[in-house]
Design a protein around this ligand. Structure first.
Ligand code: ADP
Ligand code: MG
Length: 329
């Protein structure tokens, strides 16, 4: 289990991580989601003992990363944002080198062979790292993290810079490793996290602003729905009519996607149900309503809303989010 308590990191005057706390259970796959510069790599560097926090503690299986670094680090395999590869070594030389560096006690050849099989790099075993594709280099990076059989894998943006096919391969590999490891994975791309992680932590400007499953996050926001309508009527007049309906906050024109029709987005004011009025008012003008659907917020939109809220409000953090959720129940 990983326990992170009140972590803060200051670079000079800049507070890169601000009072972050969370726990990760054994076997969990946790996603760290946040825009560039949010503080993901800084937190990961602290978790793995590469950076010391300004304030706060990290415990891996009860071992404090600063007080018992050897016991804590032994349990962690780390793939940093820029994998520490030696380009003039072959894959074999490199993995042997890391094995010695980590002072691993497992039988050398079978252990390394097993890892190579797992991450599928046997076919490039004797090649120089500098001649490998980015996808293979990333696999070699994951292989070095696996040396010593750590229970915990910390992977910083493991799919960045890969092509779509390589992304899927690495994603499958992480899913596979997740069956036998605790994994923390960071990304600035929601779909990456969503594809692999059960639970996600959203970080913005060094603050933790959400910590939940994708399913719960969607549920928490599900009442905020707007409507999309397809109407056979003149765009400007329909827009004016829709805007005048009681309970409608804003209407925006989305364009024409079908001949002689126009699409609109209708945002009701809090919890107002405007569907009947929309139907009746359009019928009065003889502008047929061809489609009306409720827009569930996508996780992408939820992510944007949360990061926007925290960009606008300096004090926004996980506690505001928690009270927001409780208010809804
Ligand atoms: P992320 O990984 O989410 O993109 P980082 O943890 O790399 O974010 O960076 C968080 C913030 O800390 C950024 O504003 C970045 O510019 C700053 N930062 C990161 N490393 C350093 C450093 N060594 N010195 C000064 N500022 C840093
Ligand atoms: Mg980073």
């Amino acid at each position: 289990m990983i326990e992170v308590t009140n972590l803060s990191k200051r670079y000079g005057n800049h507070l890169a991580v601000s009072d972050v706390s969370f726990t990760v259970k054994d076997g969990e796959i946790l996603g760290f989601l946040g825009p560039n510069g949010a503080g993901k790599s800084t937190i990961m560097n602290i978790l793995t003992g590469y950076l010391s926090p300004t304030v706060g503690t990290v415990k891996i299986d009860g071992f404090d990363i600063l007080e018992s670094p050897n016991d804590a680090k032994k349990r962690i395999g780390y793939l940093p944002e820029l994998p520490p590869l030696y380009l003039d070594m072959t894959v074999k030389e490199y993995l042997y080198f890391i094995y010695d560096l980590k002072k691993v006690n497992l039988p050398k050849v079978p252990h390394i062979t097993e890892i190579c099989r797992l991450v599928k790099i046997e076919e490039v075993y004797d090649r120089l790292i500098k001649n490998l594709s980015k996808g293979y280099r990333q696999r070699v990076g994951i292989a070095q993290a696996l040396i010593g059989n750590p229970d915990v894998l910390i992977l910083d943006e493991p799919t960045v810079g890969l092509d779509p096919k390589q992304i899927i391969e690495i994603r499958n590999l992480i899913n596979h490793l997740g069956k036998t490891h605790t994994v923390i994975l960071s990304s600035h791309i929601l779909s990456e996290i969503q594809a692999v992680c059960e639970r996600m932590i959203i970080i913005n400007k060094g603050k933790l602003i959400a910590d939940d499953t994708a399913e719960n996050l969607s549920k928490d926001f599900s009442e905020d729905h707007s409507l999309t309508a397809r109407i056979a009527g003149p765009s400007k007049d329909v827009l004016k009519l829709l805007s005048s309906i009681k309970g409608v906050a804003t209407v925006s024109y989305l364009g024409s996607r079908e001949k002689d029709t126009n699409d609109f987005n209708i945002d009701p004011i809090e919890s107002a149900d405007v569907r009947r009025d929309v139907f009746e008012r359009l019928a009065e003008r003889n502008w047929p309503l061809l489609e009306l659907k409720t827009n569930e917020l996508s996780l992408e939109q939820i992510f944007l809303r949360l990061t926007d809220a925290s960009d606008k409000d300096e004090d926004f953090d996980i506690n505001n989010f928690k009270s927001f959720k409780e208010a809804k129940r």
